[in-house]
Design a protein around this ligand. Structure first.
Ligand code: ARG
Ligand code: MN
Ligand code: MN
Length: 300
């Protein structure tokens, strides 16, 4: 794996309704991220936080079922530009959220540099909604659809090209809450999904072996988008949209270790850490622990 890391914080909370997730980047840094990765002999450059525009007022008002559309589009453009530059400089972008809407910006910045960027979406949700299918109007439930070119033009056009990724290069892991429209899109586009059902039946070892096998021939880089709500809320309580019956801490570590061994991950983001909903920064610590495994910690 690329030993030159550039960290970008994205204090974004406009993609959903629970305040506090904008403090995720601080919480993750505070949980000792830099020290942990430096021990693994990475060169780390912390680029600080992207500035997110504040909505004028009435944040609850959702125009066209897309809450805070303009501010999120602008924030995503800024993030895309920063990420683009990191990849341009041959460094590994490690992005800290913020709610999951930031993935639109991250992917816009990364995917430009690849013919076939793979995406591992580690999440309880599919985040494949559009304004038409979304039950909430929350844009954090839409970034994967947007990156496929499906959604409002102000979002799909971020960083001036579309689509960012292809459906056959995506693997969703840990899904257990999919809205009707998301199921239709998954079916229509042929997106590979390992729901909790498959994880339970096959075990994480086989899920990750298959994932790595599936992506290795068809992609020239792989982005890991890890939503902490993919984990069980008992182990990662500091998230805005918890769903029972999630991936365990141990399964998640195994997944990260296997991704490390694959050597295929070229960018990553850890999102939805909300310190206000957390218990003593537990979820941020879990995020840092998972980064440890992803970047090569092992007992031998
Ligand atoms: N990134 C997330 N946590 N997304 C949760 C999305 C929840 C629901 N599917 C929605 O569209 O509102
Ligand atoms: Mn989620
Ligand atoms: Mn998500």
């Amino acid at each position: 794996m690329n030993k030159q890391l550039s960290v970008i914080g994205v204090p974004m909370d406009l993609g959903q309704m629970r305040r506090g997730v904008d403090m995720g980047p601080s919480a993750i840094r505070y949980a000792g991220m830099v020290e942990r990765l430096e021990q693994l002999k990475y060169n780390i450059e912390d680029l600080g936080d992207i500035e997110i525009p504040r909505p004028k007022q009435n944040t609850d008002e959702k125009q066209d079922n897309l809450r805070n559309l303009n501010e999120i589009a602008e924030g995503s453009r800024r993030l895309a530009k920063a990420v683009d530059e990191v990849v341009e400089n041959k460094r590994f972008p490690l992005v800290l959220g913020g709610d999951h809407s930031i993935a639109m910006g991250t992917l816009a910045g990364v995917a430009k540099h690849y013919e076939n960027l793979g995406v591992i979406w580690y999440d309880a949700h599919g985040d494949l909604n559009t304004a038409d299918s979304s039950p909430s109007g929350n844009i954090h439930g839409m970034p994967l659809a947007v990156s496929l070119g499906v959604g409002h033009e102000k979002l799909t056009s971020i960083h001036d090209y579309e689509p960012k990724i292809k459906p056959e290069n995506i693997v969703i892991i840990g899904a257990r809450s999919l809205d009707e429209g998301e199921r239709v899109l998954i079916e229509e586009k042929g997106i590979k999904v390992y729901t909790m059902h498959e994880v339970d039946r096959m075990g994480m070892t086989q899920v990750m072996e298959e994932t790595v096998d599936y992506l290795k021939d068809r992609t020239d880089g792989v982005h890991l988008s890890l939503d902490l709500d993919g984990l069980d809320p008992n182990e990662a309580p500091g998230v805005g949209t918890p769903v029972m019956g999630g991936l365990s801490y141990r399964e998640s570590h195994l997944a990260m270790e296997m991704l490390h061994q694959s050597g295929m991950i070229t960018s990553a983001e850890f999102v939805e850490v909300n310190p206000i909903l957390d218990e003593k920064n537990k979820t941020a610590s879990v995020a840092v622990g998972l980064m440890g495994s992803l970047f090569g910690e092992s007992l031998k």
